[in-house]
Design a protein. Structure first.
Length: 358
């Protein structure tokens, strides 16, 4: 039995809005799970139902073998970290961190020892006498995280905890969160729409859209083998390039041919059987499109984005707009002609009608 399981979990609001649509998810003890998806996809509602801040309208939540679906938040062994720090302004940092321990009735000496230990680990010792208004945003979020950690709950729940921080603070906090989680072994569910955060933190990523789970997998699985067109387009920066076409069987092998005929790539024979009426979409990541003097795809440079360590070059071709990953030291001239080829071992084929991976 999984440590934490969501079983046909649903949430429909009184106005008829269905935020979560019967999802199933099994999480093992000690896993770091990231719920990833666009705004409004149901990820925060799912987290709030696990926390007990929202009651499901269907399904069940089981934690360590117990049904906690209808339990109050205080009866669930979870620690919550919000995007906005939710610190008590009239309490010092020490008292903010120690608040859940005092609420649980721990002796003051035990509270002090636990707070000191967490503060030392998170380098908050010098801030203990201060009040929230005297802290930077990054330090306030560290205090919020320390308050969740000090309880030693069964599960950490984190709702976009880095959303208000600048890039440098986000990177430092991301490292702190992952190091702390690995050291403690506490099961963690983390909500974000930031793909870089998801990729760097997760043991497994749960990609959500329109209240449903589209794919569950390791970061590599989600990036390299997306389950459908949505995952392929949402995950990655930029998302996959798509080329419409058809798949058919010929001489005992499968073949994808783009609509204009420039792209012809051998694909698994099974894909030709499963495709709806043969219609398909080829997906390929930017780093798997290469310049080649003999390449079959002829395109024109439209623009480029300099990223420091690389460039994203936008190219118009007969098969559509493509974005290729290029060397940072090789700027492209707008209007220049390029010949390109795809790495056939790195393409994904999706059903043209259902949008599912074939």
């Amino acid at each position: 039995m999984s440590f934490l399981s969501l079983e046909r979990l649903e949430k429909t609001y009184p106005d008829g809005t269905r935020a979560v649509n019967g999802i199933d998810l099994a999480i093992e003890k000690g896993e770091f799970i990231v719920l990833l998806g666009p705004s409004g996809c149901g990820k925060t509602t799912t987290l709030r139902m696990i926390a007990g801040l929202e009651l499901p309208t269907g399904g069940a939540i089981r934690l360590a073998g117990a049904d906690v679906t209808q339990l109050r938040p205080s009866r669930r062994d979870v620690g919550m970290v919000f995007q906005f720090y939710a610190l008590y302004p009239h309490l010092t940092v020490r008292d903010n961190i120690g608040f859940p321990l005092r609420a649980a009735g721990l002796a003051s000496t035990d509270v002090r020892a636990r707070v000191d230990a967490v503060a030392a680990r998170m380098e908050l010792g010098r801030l203990l006498p201060l009040y929230p208004k005297e802290l930077s945003g990054g330090d306030q979020q560290k205090v919020s995280l320390a308050r969740a950690i000090v309880r030693r709950p069964a599960v950490y729940l984190m709702d976009e905890p880095l959303g208000t921080l600048d890039a440098g603070q986000r990177l430092a906090m991301r490292e702190l969160i992952r190091v702390e989680q690995l050291a403690s072994g506490v099961t963690t569910i983390y909500v974000t729409h930031d793909q870089e955060e998801a990729m760097s933190l997760a043991d497994r990523i749960v990609v959500m859209n329109s209240g449903q789970i589209c794919q569950v997998g390791t970061p590599a699985e989600v990036y390299d083998r997306p389950a459908d067109l949505f995952v392929a387009s949402f995950v990655g920066s930029p998302g996959m390039n798509f080329i419409p076409g058809e798949v058919a069987a010929a001489d005992g092998r499968g073949l994808f041919v783009s609509k204009e005929g420039q792209v012809r790539i051998e694909v698994p024979l099974e894909a030709t059987v499963r495709a709806s009426a043969g219609h398909a979409m080829l997906g390929v990541r930017s780093e798997h499109i290469h310049e080649d003097a003999d390449g079959p795809i002829v395109g024109t440079v439209v623009t480029e984005e300099y990223l420091g360590n690389a460039r994203n070059v936008h190219v118009d071709a007969a098969c559509g707009r493509l974005v290729i990953r290029d060397d940072a030291a090789s700027p492209r001239t707008r209007g220049a002609e390029l010949r390109l080829r795809l790495d056939p071992s790195q393409v994904s084929i999706f059903d043209g009608a259902t949008e599912a991976r074939l």
